[in-house]
Ligand binder design. Structure first.
Ligand SMILES: O=C(O)C1=C[C@@H](OP(=O)(O)O)[C@@H](O)[C@H](O)C1
Ligand SMILES: C=C(OP(=O)(O)O)C(=O)O
Length: 480
């Protein structure tokens, strides 16, 4: 394979997240001393894309403050706009006034949401009638490919939904079968995969269905988000060997509740949504706590300190579990107001972790485990074989490619201590593989990440934020 050298572009926080494909090599910065940094992170992908969908289906305009601007959120904005939703980028003055009005009730003078320059707030104006006769590009976004088809079914006219070549293989069967069972006409040429065309009639009858959401919680979330607009609502049962990422379903239920929609859960694996309006709402999006994983892990890897501001006191984001996971690796974690600090202690211990609730944290935690001084097992994550890439295979290949000792388990990974060396770390067009490579590169000289541009999926600013974090005013000696 031939690679060219990659030099980071100028930091452009308002830049277009649809970056050109960056398939060059990025020399991962090496920490020469313990990291000592404060990091501000843009908005949560999962919250932004839920609130975009709910705002498009709501009974009036909504304002999203501090939303994410990245490939995944841009694909969602474009999808909803193609169906007739109005999306306005708020001018800076209006943003400041809005943020001022969202100051914390405790009397603190600090705004309740990040003031970081990560892109404009968005005002969403629902269409009086969703219109089809359009094509939607989900890119690589699981949230777009699983949340938008039920919305398309509520539109009038055919909607073709497609994705990047690399994402066309992601499971969609459960959504195809669910929509058909709800009375939606869908043409998929028997593939049960993207691309397919939803022949929307402007209405979905709804009813009681059973799906197998073992491969992704997003099927449940996608159906629940649109269900209040189904004529008969939805009674949804999950039947399958497992249900991953439960906090993400909790996030969906919480987002609906905040807009006045109750989701009843009479038993585990059943959700009931009655037909009802979805309330318009102004929402402040929390920072993306899953994207916090490589940054906080950097403190552990270098025996240093990383602080992330605006850490929510209460959240359904699974990244909040980093505060309990990282101490298992040997870190100290403290929360001072809304500032979460992780301090490395100089020791990186191996861990046994069931990550079934938070599979998207696995790449960062696997990278940290590869730097640990004792073996780790990360389990409950068989479903991450269906994420942006087969993450179990990718992590094993790349960790071992640097001299590590990782093996694939039926539902996870075993990683044993080994002396790592430099080399090319491939990203497989997966943002979390790119950031996992960067994390290992902090401690292993000569790691070159192929396609750091993949981080544009949820964090286009990653190379610059990482560079700033590593080049902070750190002093002292790295752990042995
Ligand atoms: O609903 C969501 O926002 C997400 C759900 C999870 O998907 P899976 O259940 O497919 O793991 C998670 O991994 C993904 O990053 C985001
Ligand atoms: C699995 C992920 O993304 P998606 O929303 O595309 O499923 C992820 O971000 O780790």
């Amino acid at each position: 394979m031939q690679f060219r050298t990659y030099s980071a572009p100028e930091f452009d926080p308002y830049g277009d997240s649809r970056q050109p494909e960056v398939s060059e090599l990025w020399a991962a910065p090496v920490a020469t001393a313990p990291i000592d940094a404060d990091v501000a992170l843009p908005g949560s992908k999962s919250q932004t894309n839920r609130e975009l969908v709910l705002s498009a289906l709501a009974d009036g305009p909504s304002l999203l403050t501090a939303p994410l601007h990245s490939q995944d959120s841009d694909r969602m904005v474009e999808a909803l706009a193609a169906l007739g939703t109005g999306v306005e980028r708020m001018p800076e003055q209006a943003q400041l006034a809005q943020r001022e009005s969202q100051r914390r009730p405790t009397g603190s003078s600090r705004p309740a949401i990040p003031a970081g320059p990560f892109g404009p707030d968005l005002r969403i104006v629902p269409a009086s009638e969703l219109t089809g006769s359009t094509t939607i590009d989900a890119g690589q976004a699981g949230t777009v490919m699983r949340f938008v088809p039920p919305v398309a079914a509520l539109a009038l006219g055919p909607v073709t939904i497609d994705a990047d070549d690399s994402a066309r293989g992601r499971p969609m069967h459960a959504m195809v079968d669910a929509l058909r069972a709800l009375g939606v006409d869908l043409a998929d040429e028997g593939r049960g995969a993207l691309p397919f065309t939803v022949h929307g009639t402007g209405r979905v009858s709804g009813g009681e269905i059973t799906i197998d959401a073992s491969s992704s919680s997003q099927f449940v979330s996608g159906l629940l988000l649109s269900a209040p607009r189904f004529e008969n609502g939805l009674v949804l049962h999950h039947s399958g060997e497992r249900l991953p990422s439960l906090p993400h379903i909790e996030m969906t239920i919480a987002a609906l509740a905040a807009r006045g929609v109750t989701v009843e859960t009479p038993e585990l694996g059943t959700w009931v949504v009655r037909p009802q309006p979805i309330g318009a709402r102004d929402v402040a999006i929390e920072p993306d706590l899953s994207n916090a994983a490589p940054f906080l892990a950097a403190a552990v890897a270098t025996g240093g300190r990383v602080t992330i501001g605006h850490w929510p006191a209460e959240t359904t984001q699974v990244g909040a579990d980093l505060a309990t996971y990282l101490p298992l690796f040997g870190a100290e974690v403290s929360l001072d107001g809304d500032r979460l600090t992780v301090r490395g202690t100089g020791t990186i211990s191996g861990v046994d972790l069931d990550l079934s609730t938070g599979g998207e944290l696995a790449p960062a935690l696997a990278a940290l485990a590869a730097l640990a001084d004792s073996p780790s097992e990360l389990t409950g994550i068989g479903h991450i074989r269906h994420h942006e890439t087969d993450r179990l295979a990718a992590l094993v290949a790349e960790i071992n490619g640097l001299g590590g000792h990782a093996t694939e388990l039926e539902d996870g990974l075993r990683i044993e201590p080994a002396e790592l060396h430099g080399g090319v770390w491939k990203s497989y067009k997966d943002h979390r593989m790119s950031t996992a490579g960067a994390l290992i590169g902090l401690r292993v000289p000569g790691v070159e990440v192929h396609d750091i541009g993949a981080t544009a999926k949820t964090l286009p600013q990653f190379p610059e934020l990482w560079r700033r974090m590593v080049s902070g005013p750190a002093q002292g000696a790295l752990p042995a």
